[in-house]
Ligand binder design. Structure first.
Ligand SMILES: Cc1ncc(COP(=O)(O)O)c(C=O)c1O
Length: 362
């Protein structure tokens, strides 16, 4: 095989490609099991909104046409829903794409990009892609350590990624912590508040990023239709920021990055308030159930504000992961004994607990 390691950009050499949750079809092929549940990627176990499916069906006849690059109708609708100006909105092929576009827009090689040591892995990847220097702030009891973030701020800090609630731990940064950090951050540093799980949070100390936009012009809030709206397969996320910031990111954005089915599905999903309410209810009931059962099984976990729970087994999580796979259940193992488990429907949660019991008793 040719070796292009001295041809590729240096910053790319050491990137480990993103490893997604194991797909259902792969487990079907490898294990020959039909009835599989995936609790590995924080997807909505209720599926997409029926309204969204209706919208998609209407749009299918127009697949010969390029999508509207301006995301016209969804932009209008979201602007009313969020009460922000239309020119403060940007759309991406998932919020993941926006994270990369933000890094590409602002980070020069040698700039520092700060994020928590136990957070969404994409922050590290997009930092490396742009030749930025990752400054990983050690977590404190699985939470963002805001005082350490402040200590590590420097002239070179170009970008900060805050994940709130945090993936994989499910913890939140409080209003006080967020404000304290923002007061110490220079206007020359862009702060990204990744709120992929915003809609699940019920804690009154949780800061709603959009409310801070008038005060902090260097803030970008990211949200997505992949989680509570159940549209992960279509890839659509959005960002809200000062028009000047949006304008620069627009220069880097590929044309037609959000496909037409994603646009229409998101538009209809926004209208389906009942689907969102039901999802929250299923999530809250499931969370309580799993917490109770984890207590009984003496599985340690971190109190979550999102649709997943970060747990610590007594055994290597790779072992538990593989044993569960044999039973058709996919979870997401992390280092050592840790794993992240998405909260499913009650039926799925019960099946998980039943199989976990058998594995831990073995
Ligand atoms: C914290 C966080 N941000 C962003 C994303 C990316 O979501 P998407 O690209 O599907 O919008 C995820 C997905 O798991 C996530 O957990």
């Amino acid at each position: 095989m040719e070796n292009f390691s001295n041809v590729v950009k240096k910053s790319i050499l050491n990137i480990s490609p993103y490893i997604p949750g194991k797909p259902i079809e792969e487990v079907k092929r490898e294990y020959g099991i039909k009835d599989i549940i995936k609790l590995a990627s924080n997807e909505n176990p209720l599926g997409p909104s029926k309204l969204a499916i209706k919208g998609i069906k209407k749009k299918l006849k127009e697949l010969n046409l390029y999508p509207e690059s301006s995301v016209y109708y969804l932009r209008k609708s979201l602007s009313e829903y969020l009460r922000v100006k239309e020119d403060m909105l940007m759309f991406g092929n998932g919020s993941n794409e926006l994270e990369q576009l933000i890094a590409e827009t602002f980070v020069e090689p040698g700039d520092e990009v700060m994020f928590s040591s136990l957070s969404f892995v994409v922050y590290s990847i997009v930092t490396d892609i742009t030749g930025g220097i990752p400054i990983q702030v050690p977590h404190k009891n699985f939470r963002h350590d805001i005082d350490r973030f402040i200590e590590k701020l420097s002239e070179k800090t170009k970008l900060i990624f805050l994940c709130n609630p945090n993936n994989p731990t499910g913890t939140i940064i409080t209003k006080d912590e967020f404000e304290k950090l923002m007061q110490n951050v220079s206007q020359k540093t862009i702060v990204v508040l990744d709120e992929a799980y915003f809609e699940y949070v019920e804690d009154k100390n949780y800061p709603d990023g959009i409310k801070y936009l008038p005060k902090y012009k260097n803030l970008i809030v990211l949200r997505t239709f992949s989680k509570i709206y159940g549209l992960a397969g279509l890839r659509i996320g959005y960002g809200i920021a000062a028009p000047d910031i949006v304008n620069f990111i627009e220069r880097v954005r590929p044309p037609f990055n959000v496909n037409s089915l994603a646009q229409v599905a998101a538009l209809y999903s926004l209208k389906d308030k009942e689907h969102v309410r039901k999802t929250i209810k299923v999530n809250n009931t499931g969370k309580k159930f799993l917490e109770k059962e984890f207590d009984k099984l003496k599985i340690e976990y971190i109190k979550s504000h999102a649709n997943f729970i970060f747990v610590k087994f007594k055994y290597a999580s790779k072992f538990v992961f593989e044993e569960l796979l044999k039973k058709g259940i996919i979870i997401r193992p992390f280092f050592d004994n840790f794993a992240r488990i998405t909260i499913g429907t009650m039926e799925q949660n019960k099946r998980l607990i039943k199989e976990l019991k058998k594995i831990l008793e073995k």
